[in-house]
Design a protein around this ligand. Structure first.
Ligand code: SF4
Ligand code: SF4
Length: 218
């Protein structure tokens, strides 16, 4: 899931500038879960914009605005409201906003109301944690336990821990468990400490050259 946070209203208003009529686009998946782009957040921003003299011509919440056909369908259903708008405000991640820009045939400026933070998983309490940074060459199997050192160790060490680990906590963030302490614990519990004997080779960072793409339809 893509984790987002809401931008402050002042920043959103600055981005909208002197445009008056705004069409809102939310996201029915990630941003709804993050409480940044579901219906309650769209209605809240609608109220804030209207209190500042703007008019909201309408809104839509595609399940996933990063999926092109969903944007096309949502805009087709809301054609008049989009046509009446001077500007489109997307309450979703950067993927959603750029997908809306690419798919919009209305030639309206597209602005974003969220900051995209990271790719994360939700724990039982509903908090979000970054567990994978899409490095393109997954080492989870090599580590021997499904804990990612590339992401969960701030230094991205493939052979750890570093000398800064203290009572199982990370020296960079003392509130945080050391990823390598967790890996050791996991391997120990499963009787797989042999995984630590092998020195992992340096990571192939060429896989991280951006922008990535995966062509499915030639
Ligand atoms: S090694 Fe870590 S960052 Fe890379 S793909 Fe696997 S889980 Fe994601
Ligand atoms: S203490 Fe552990 S998690 Fe923190 S930087 Fe060192 S090896 Fe990585």
């Amino acid at each position: 899931m893509i984790i987002t946070e809401s931008k402050k209203i002042d920043e959103i208003l600055k981005a909208i500038g002197d445009k008056k009529n705004v069409f809102l686009v939310g996201c029915g998946e990630c941003s709804t879960t993050c409480k940044t782009g579901g219906e309650p957040e769209l209605l809240a921003i609608k109220g804030e914009l209207e209190s500042k003299g703007k008019a909201v011509t309408g809104y839509c919440i595609p399940n996933a605005p990063c999926v092109a056909p969903q944007v096309l369908t949502a805009f087709a259903k809301n054609r008049k409201a989009v046509e009446d708008a001077d500007i489109i405000l997307v309450l979703a991640c950067g993927l959603g906003a750029q997908s809306v820009k690419e798919m919009s045939r209305f030639n309206k400026p597209v602005k974003i109301g969220c900051n995209t933070m990271f790719m994360g998983a939700t724990d039982k309490k509903g908090d979000f944690y970054e567990l994978c940074s899409a490095c393109g060459a997954c080492v989870l199997s090599d580590v021997g336990v499904a804990i990612c050192p590339v992401t969960r160790c701030p230094k991205g060490l493939l052979n750890g821990p570093c000398g800064g680990v203290n009572k199982g906590k990370c020296e960079v963030d003392k509130e945080c468990d050391c990823a390598w302490a967790l890996i050791y614990e996991g391997l120990s519990k499963s009787g797989n400490l042999d995984y630590l004997i092998e020195i992992q080779k340096p990571k192939d960072y060429s896989k991280q050259i951006k922008p990535h793409k995966r062509i499915m339809n030639k």
